[in-house]
Design a protein around this ligand. Sequence first.
Ligand SMILES: NC(=O)c1ccc[n+]([C@@H]2O[C@H](COP(=O)([O-])OP(=O)(O)OC[C@H]3O[C@@H](n4cnc5c(N)ncnc54)[C@H](OP(=O)(O)O)[C@@H]3O)[C@@H](O)[C@H]2O)c1
Length: 213
Amino acid sequence: MRVGILGSGLMGGKLGTLFARAGHEVVFSYARSKQKVERLAREAGSKALAGTPADAARDADALLLAVHWLRVDDVLQQAGDMSGKPIITCSLPMNADNTGLVVAHTSSGAEALAKKARRTKVVSAFGTVPSEVFFGVFEARRNARRPSMAYCGDDDRAKAVAATLIRDVGFDPVDAGPLRIARYLEPFALLMGQLAYEGEDGAELAYRFERFR
Ligand SMILES: NC(=O)c1ccc[n+]([C@@H]2O[C@H](COP(=O)([O-])OP(=O)(O)OC[C@H]3O[C@@H](n4cnc5c(N)ncnc54)[C@H](OP(=O)(O)O)[C@@H]3O)[C@@H](O)[C@H]2O)c1
């Protein structure tokens, strides 16, 4: 596949590199310097290119959205028309003054994105995992039991594309259902962040599991 990376930071840089190593054509875009996207493309190998968000979107079979929430409108505007294309998002919603992640059982960042980018096919994936683990999961993919990764979305074709990329990084993709299930997946990202970076000094978190039919 040709995969456009919108946001070449910790998530986009690492995932784009692994997509390229898995054999996909990757176009890195959107960092504060052109040199950074060019370096990522060079290091990711012959299957990778550097470009603008519009270059990343052009002819893409899938796009990875990996920017901070306050950059979403800007990168979508720069990418231009992405009608009909799968956008796989790991970008998490932030509060109005951009000081904390927002989780809610009545909305999600992925659903808000689907409203902003109406003609695209949004899938929520990768956001439940800290970027630090991706290379280890990729290296272990042939000899270890694969860790699961839940993803959700409303379009079956876009979900199949996301499942392929999830599998290529080394996870076992678990279809969690329609896009509104992102309301229940996004809190995992917060939980993982707290556990990974704050340890016992972090906020106390509780999560209640329910079965959805
Ligand atoms: N990191 C994680 O482990 C993790 C886990 C789950 C979900 N997420 C979510 O994934 C999303 C991306 O996170 P991240 O950690 O990858 O963030 P990040 O490393 O800061 O990457 C964001 C990218 O946007 C670029 N950018 C920022 N401002 C810009 C501007 N004005 N113009 C052009 N480019 C600009 C940054 O450029 P530079 O590279 O030049 O800084 C960077 O490439 C966030 O919504 C986050 O909540 C992250």
